[in-house]
Design a protein around this ligand. Structure first.
Ligand SMILES: [Zn+2]
Length: 461
């Protein structure tokens, strides 16, 4: 035991000598990344891995639930019944589509409700991520349903108007319509939809706000567009986002981030969000949506032809312009969405990595960026395999982000120009602790020597 402690101390001293207090050029980003990852204990790692890996399956379950519900509505002829009811109520086709839409969205929501309840309520509580009572959750689910019911039904009226008039080129028109609706929804969201669920207000005053506004202005972002919102009402997750479009664009950060993040971490996150804004990612998303929607609608065209030829009679679906066939469209779109998951994730993840780099350059807080990645690891798997990251990750993994930050730090700051900010961790650093927590002196009792327990060999990996 004594011998082991001795070896450990020797290793720490060696680390300190070889890395922490040596010439800046000796800062090894890989070793620093490994050391940071090693600060997350086994139990915490196992928990967030389990949570995140469970999420992989939900991609499949959700798609299957939607496809199953669509088939059920077709085979029971419930969809045809909804269409008949709409036709009995009015002769106007647009209004028929709207009434069919109301029934269909309601049926789909009820059929997939157990899945939503399990995923968004039961599981979030199981992993200690939710702050909502069942009553709160039900209220928000009901509001979400109302917004979805109204917007989707209006969209369906426009979609079926296009399908009935545009002939063979319907999918091109439908793509334009989808993009138009998306832009509309994004633009009104910060003003009309997000406030239904959270309170948004200008960010709280203080030194940190001044620094964030300065960073925003320096990067050409209108400074009055930084908001804070009370996400703690719903969950413990820390986050920030860019929302809106054109006149409504704004950057928002949540109260969990402000309460739990250090100033360096908050600045690192805001640098990332400013990156999304400045790099015009919203335009890229719109363009991507246009391409994916065109492909999806083209496949729907083929899928409908095949399924209608096989089952049209049985399902009571007359032709493509018949709303009773909507579940066929939904089935095909859900299947496409499932199969396209690695592509859509990779497109998003690429933008996120760009925003990460932008944020590192804008905020110059590589350590804050790395430690906030560790805090995000409460519900994101830190260290996936390369294929796992490619298929399932819509953000770079914790390891990728920490490595990026350490790489930036090595290049820009010789590895140790900035003091390490590790507030919120179990073992606070000595005031004069150098660049990385791995090299902080021993402190604390009963805590695992997480920062210090870095075998000398690892430092050179
Ligand atoms: Zn982002």
């Amino acid at each position: 035991m004594l011998k082991r402690s001795g070896a450990l101390i020797a290793a720490v001293v060696l680390c300190g000598v070889s890395v922490g207090w040596a010439q800046p050029a000796d800062f090894d980003p890989q070793a620093a990344t490994d050391a940071m990852l090693a600060t997350v204990d086994e139990a915490a790692r196992a928990k967030s891995d389990a949570y995140f890996e469970g999420g992989y399956w939900f991609i499949l379950w959700n798609a299957l639930a939607t496809m199953g519900a669509a088939l059920l509505l077709l085979f029971t002829r419930a969809s045809a019944g909804m269409r008949n009811l709409a036709e009995a109520i009015t002769d106007r086709r647009g209004l028929q589509t709207f009434i069919y839409g109301l029934q269909f969205i309601t049926a789909l929501t009820i059929l997939t409700f157990p899945m939503a309840y399990w995923q968004d309520f039961v599981r979030e509580h199981e992993f200690g991520l939710s702050n909502m009572s069942l009553e709160d959750w039900m209220r928000e689910a009901a509001m979400g349903f109302a917004v979805n019911l109204l917007m989707t039904s209006v969209f369906l009226v426009a979609l079926y108007g296009v399908i009935r008039r545009a002939g063979e080129a319907w999918w091109l028109w439908a793509t334009g319509l989808t993009v138009g609706f998306f832009v509309f929804a994004i633009a009104i969201s910060p003003v009309f939809i997000a406030p239904l669920f959270n309170e948004y207000k200008p960010m709280r005053e203080g030194q940190l706000k001044e620094e964030i506004l300065a960073m925003a202005r320096a990067n050409g972002v209108p400074a009055d567009n930084v908001y804070e919102f009370n996400a703690s009402k719903q969950s413990k997750r820390i986050s920030a986002n860019v929302s809106g479009f054109l006149g409504t664009t704004r950057i928002s950060l949540n109260d969990n981030l402000l309460e739990r993040g250090t100033p360096a971490e908050v600045k690192a996150v805001m640098g990332h969000e400013i990156g999304h804004y400045v790099l015009g990612h919203m335009y890229e998303i719109i363009l991507t949506l246009a391409v994916l929607a065109a492909i999806a609608f083209f496949l729907v065209d083929i899928g409908f032809g095949v399924l209608h030829a096989l089952f049209g009679r049985m399902w009571g679906v007359r032709d493509f312009g018949d709303t009773a066939g909507l579940p066929i469209l939904v089935f095909t779109l859900a299947l496409f969405g499932l199969l396209a998951t690695p592509i859509t994730n990779s497109i998003t993840r690429t933008n996120e990595a760009e925003a990460d780099i932008f944020g590192l350059n804008a905020a110059r807080e590589p350590d804050g960026f790395a430690t906030i990645a560790l805090k995000l690891a409460e519900y994101r798997k830190l260290d996936p395999g390369p294929w796992e990251e490619f298929v399932f990750y819509d953000h770079p993994s914790g390891r990728a982000r920490i490595h990026m930050a350490m790489q930036w730090k090595a290049g820009q700051m010789g590895g140790q120009a900035m003091p390490m900010s590790i507030e919120g961790f179990a073992t606070p650093p000595a005031p004069d602790a150098l660049a990385h927590p791995a090299f902080a002196p021993f402190e604390g009792e009963g805590e695992p020597p997480a920062f210090q327990d870095l075998p000398a060999a690892d430092a050179n990996r």
